[in-house]
Each structure stands twice: as C-alpha cells, then as structure tokens.
Design a protein around this ligand. Structure first.
Ligand SMILES: Cc1ncc(COP(=O)(O)O)c(C=O)c1O
Length: 432
C-alpha cells in the first residue's frame, strides 16, 4: 500500500483534463467525440512567434535563465500594463511563470495560513478551490448567479469579507461563465475592500482572458482603480490571447518588489525558470504589432461562434443560456432537462456515497459523452462547495463551427433520450 501524506486527499483537479480518459475510452469503442470540454483556442500560435522560438533554440538560447524571467520580457509586460491599466510598474515587480496557473499556487502558499479565509468565485476556475482546501484555508465561495448575468456586486462581496479574509480572487472575463465586470462593479468592489477588509488583504486578479471580449466591451482591471495597486496581484499570460496554451507562459505583477522576490523564490524551488526561448517568443507576441490583428481576428471568430451556440442552445427545449460578454465558454442552465429526463429522480435514488461523488449535471454530462459522443463539463467541475441544486454545463466554443453545430445537435438528442438515460443509469457505469 502507498503511504501518501494526508494533505494529498484535499488536492482537487481540473476535470477538463481528467475527462481525457473518458474521451479516449469512448473513441476506442468507436465513437468520434465532439470535444467541447477543453478551454484552449483551436488556432495555432502565430508564425512570427514560432519563428522567434526556433531561431533562439538554433542560436543556443537553451540554458537556465533568470528565475524571475528575462528582463526584456518583463520590460515589455510592464509597458503593456502601463498602456492598458494606466499604472506604472517596475519590471522587478513582475515574475514570469510557466503558464498562468503557477501564480495561483504561489499566491496561496505565500499569503494564506491554515484557517485564513479565501473568497473565490463559484462557479470559477477549479484550481482556486483546489489550492484553498489543499492548504487548509477556509473556502468562502462567492456564488455567481445566472439572474445577475453571473456578475456580483459590492453588497454580495461585503457579506463575505471578514477580518480573516486573506485573499480575494477575481476573474474577469470569467471561466466558466464568460461574465465580465464593469468599471462600476470594480469601483464598488474597491470601496468594500477599503471599507471592510483587513488592510493586508491581497486581491488575486486573474485576467487571463483580458483580450477576449465581445460586442465592443473594454477590459477593466482592478489594478486601475485608485488605491488598489497596493493590494493587487495581477495574473495573466499568453495561453489564451496568443493561442499559446502548450508553450506554458504566464506572469504575475506583484504589489511590491519584495513580494515578487517571494514568487521568484517559488520559481527557484519548483521550476528554476521558464525556458528562455519561450520567453523571447512571448516578448515577440507582445511587441510585434502584427499580433494585434491576429488576436482581433481570433476574437471575432469566438464572437460569431458564441452567437451561433447561444442561439442553438436556447432552441433546445429545457435549456436556457445567457449570452456571455467574454472568454470562450457558454454556461447553459439544464435544470429542466434534468427534470424531464429523470436525472434528478435518478440522482435521488443513488447511495449517499455515490451522491457525494456526482451530481445531476455530472450524470447528464457523462450520459451525453458515453451515449451521444459530446464532451462537456458539469457545474461541479467549477467549485463543488455549495454547488448542490445547481444544474449547468460548460461548453467551450474554442472549436470550429461545424463541430459546434454537431455538438449542439448531440446535446439536443441527449436531452430527449429518456430511454437511453434509463439504460445508462441502470448500467450504473461512469456515473462520475
Ligand atoms: C481563469 C483561468 N486562469 C488560469 C488559467 C491557466 O492558464 P494557463 O494554461 O496559462 O496555465 C486558466 C486556463 O484555463 C483559466 O481559465
């Protein structure tokens, strides 16, 4: 028997990756699965960016480098932050990481003691809740409601802030809802933070979808709100904006150089550094103006797909889908489908042990995958604490139109397949 440390029990996961095994199983059985589960642009990184990396590798720029990130990249990021947020930052406040994800862990490890409270959006990126529970902190989910367009206001936040709140996580545009906070929302949040929070609070502002906005929306950042720069850890990266998910390049901007040194030390302990040729390519992504057009064209496609998908889903009986303002996800409400298909009743019949590990939207998600060949994600995959009684799916629209149309057709078939659902539930396989 393997003797793992106790803490490993509390580590969560990201089901978008975990579902890969189920998809592989379906495909081995002969089903071509439509994949609407993974959040990554279906575009490749731009040729001008690729070239820089290849040239750097050829020229031998393949060694260890500054653990904080190469200075020219940090200077480019600092310039971009100044242009987009109107805030001057010293490149020494910036730490480059392998993707946007590490800085979530670094923030939790650097600021949060066991018993401290962390407020985070739910539904939200699952890695937030994972790290909060892993470190023995107190999870305080800030529930985003559909009838408020999955946004929240200052009053919702005020109720949750206590003297023990150490970190508050913001994510706009949001994964999984596509909700976008306005300048007025952020000003309200800032008032509450100033008025009620512990003066040492840190706001982790995850802005990784900052360029993926629709209908002329402009990105708003809490960093730009007067008085907030001293509290804010701004996190972003290249994965979504420049379709560079597999490159693993991200960064955070810390309130002080002293705090950046702690993140640098985290890098030293865990990754040593981000590969230098990737950082050079990342600098080109920001500095080469050609990429602005490439990004705009990609965003336009995401917008067209959003329009088609939202319309298609709303035509399915029992599904209601809000129109997101940003990111590349939609988050339809499937409560009525769960009712009509007998999913809610089937869930109630499960043993307590099984109920703990699944949910009605999980059952629908797994049924849609195994019986109809369409991969989506359930509500529980975006923060399980307090998710009971909420029946949603997340679909990624970062795939081509034809696949999206076919995906919607399969979801519709699944939503009407009462007999198929009974067969699935009676078999009792793949319930979570
Ligand atoms: C909100 C959010 N933050 C962070 C990340 C992590 O991005 P990366 O792939 O750069 O680590 C993701 C990726 O899906 C995300 O959706």
């Amino acid at each position: 028997m393997i003797s793992f440390a106790d803490r490993i029990q509390t580590l969560g996961t990201e089901n978008a990756f975990k579902l890969g095994d189920d998809i592989a199983r379906c495909e081995q059985a002969g089903t071509k699965v439509i994949r609407l589960n993974l959040g990554e642009p279906d575009f490749d990184s731009a040729e001008n960016i690729n070239k820089v990396a290849i040239e750097n590798i050829k020229n031998g720029n393949t060694h260890y480098t500054n653990p904080q990130g190469i200075l020219p990249l940090r200077e480019s990021i600092a310039r971009q932050i100044c242009q987009t947020r109107g805030v001057r930052v010293n490149p020494n406040q910036i730490v480059v990481t392998t993707g946007g994800k590490p800085s979530i862990a670094y923030t939790m490890m650097a600021y949060v003691n066991p018993g401290d409270e962390v407020i985070y959006p739910s539904p939200g990126f699952p890695i937030y809740e994972s790290w909060v529970t892993f470190l023995g902190a107190v999870p305080v989910p800030l529930h985003l409601e559909e009838d408020k367009g999955f946004r929240f206001d200052a009053a919702d936040l005020e109720k949750l802030i206590s003297p023990k709140t150490k970190v508050f996580i913001l994510n706009s545009p949001s994964n999984p809802t596509g909700g976008v906070l306005s300048r007025a929302d952020l000003e309200g949040i800032a008032r509450v933070v100033k008025g009620k929070a512990n003066p040492n609070i840190r706001i982790y502002s995850d802005e990784i979808y900052e360029y993926i906005l629709f209908d002329g929306h402009q990105h708003q950042s809490i960093l730009s709100i007067p008085g907030m720069a001293g509290h804010t850890i701004l996190a972003s990266g290249h994965s979504k904006t420049y379709a560079m998910t597999g490159w693993r390049l991200g960064y955070s901007v810390l309130p002080t150089v002293e705090e950046a040194m702690v993140f640098r030390q985290m890098n030293i302990n865990i990754i040593s550094c981000t590969p230098p040729f990737i950082q050079e390519a990342g600098r080109a992504a920001i500095d080469n103006k050609e990429n602005q057009k490439i990004v705009q064209a990609m965003v336009k496609q995401f917008e067209n797909r959003r329009d088609m998908v939202v319309e298609g889903l709303n035509q399915i009986e029992g599904i209601h889908c809000n129109k997101p303002d940003g990111a590349f996800y939609v988050f339809p409400n499937i409560s009525m489908v769960c009712e009509a298909l007998g999913v809610l009743a089937a869930y109630e019949q499960l043993s307590d042990e099984k109920k703990q590990r699944t949910s009605p939207s999980t059952l629908f998600q797994m049924f849609a995958l195994y019986h109809h060949g369409v991969a989506t994600l359930d509500r529980r995959s975006f923060g399980s604490i307090g998710s009971e009684g909420k029946h949603y799916l997340r679909l990624s629209t970062a795939t081509d139109m034809e696949s999206l149309k076919e995906g919607i057709r399969r979801i519709e078939m699944a939503s009407k397949d009462v007999e198929g659902f009974h067969i699935y539930i009676n078999k009792g396989k793949y319930l979570f």
